[in-house]
Each structure stands twice: as structure tokens, then as C-alpha cells.
Design a protein around this ligand. Structure first.
Ligand code: ZN
Length: 155
């Protein structure tokens, strides 16, 4: 697969190896910031990974311009998957750290066409939880507003 060198790499990272051309991949899209290729393990048919060229472990370290472009390309690929495979639905899936189900520590978005009854990723396998009281929701929202304000003022 022809590809310019990655902006930065991490030893042992499978996605950096794909970006460097030392591991094969079935290419869907590439530009100066992002590459998209078929997931080797097709959780569902048409499963694509969208990956920034620069090695960043998780979403927490991703710069906002790259994040915006990653989403832009994911949306385009979602539309292409809808046209190419006519799925019943589609998920964008993004995982961080082991507890979040992240398997490759190079930030990425999954584009997963879905078919009714395909058995993938049920959000509430035991049924939706009861509504949370607003006193609890308001407390969590307040904690997030404080963290957001700190984030916007960091250098
Ligand atoms: Zn990497």
C-alpha cells in the first residue's frame, strides 16, 4: 500500500506499521492527516477503521483539529458504507484504555455497518436503566462544567 511516512510512530503499534507500509491493509481513504482501512477482524461486514497518521494513544491526547478531521472522514465513510452495503443501520464506535475496550493503543474510530439482528454491540443488553434523579445529573453536569473550564484555560 503506498503511503507517506507517518508523522510519528510508536514501536510495536500495528497501526503505525500499517502507516509505515510494513503491515498490509486494504485501503479505503488516505490524506495528509488520516488513513482509513478495512478492519482485519470484521466484527460486521464493511467494518472500517479511521486512524490519524500521528500516533496518539487515546482520545484524551488528540488535538481538536485532528479530531475534527477524523470525524469528517468517518462521516464520509459512513455515507459510502450506506451506499455500498445498504446496511439497516450504522455505528461509530470509539474506545479508550483497556476498561473502554480499546485493543490497539493508537486512537481510532470504528465505522460499523449494522444489520438488524447481527448481534453486535447492544447498548442495554439487560434493558434501559431507570431515569437518574436530576439532583445526581446536575451534580455530574457541574463537575463536567468545571473540568471543561479548566481544559479551555490550559496552555
Ligand atoms: Zn501507532
Amino acid at each position: 500500500m503506498p503511503s507517506p511516512p507517518a508523522e510519528s510512530t510508536a514501536d510495536g503499534c500495528a497501526f503505525c506499521a500499517i502507516l509505515a507500509g510494513t503491515l498490509p491493509a486494504s485501503l479505503v481513504h488516505e490524506d495528509d492527516q488520516v488513513i482509513a482501512f478495512m478492519d482485519l477482524r470484521q466484527a460486521v461486514p464493511g467494518h472500517v477503521l479511521v486512524v490519524p497518521r500521528r500516533h496518539v494513544d487515546t482520545l484524551f491526547d488528540l488535538d481538536e483539529d485532528t479530531a475534527a478531521h477524523l470525524m469528517r472522514i468517518a462521516v464520509r465513510i459512513a455515507r459510502a458504507a450506506d451506499a455500498a452495503f445498504a446496511p439497516d443501520g450504522l455505528n461509530l464506535w470509539q474506545s479508550n484504555r483497556a476498561a473502554g475496550g480499546q485493543e490497539v493503543p493508537h486512537v481510532h474510530l470504528h465505522v460499523q455497518p449494522r444489520m438488524s439482528g447481527d448481534g453486535m454491540l447492544r447498548i442495554y443488553p439487560e434493558g434501559a436503566p431507570a431515569p437518574t434523579p436530576f439532583v445526581t445529573l446536575d451534580r455530574m453536569a457541574s463537575e463536567l462544567r468545571i473540568a471543561l473550564a479548566r481544559d479551555q484555560t490550559r496552555p
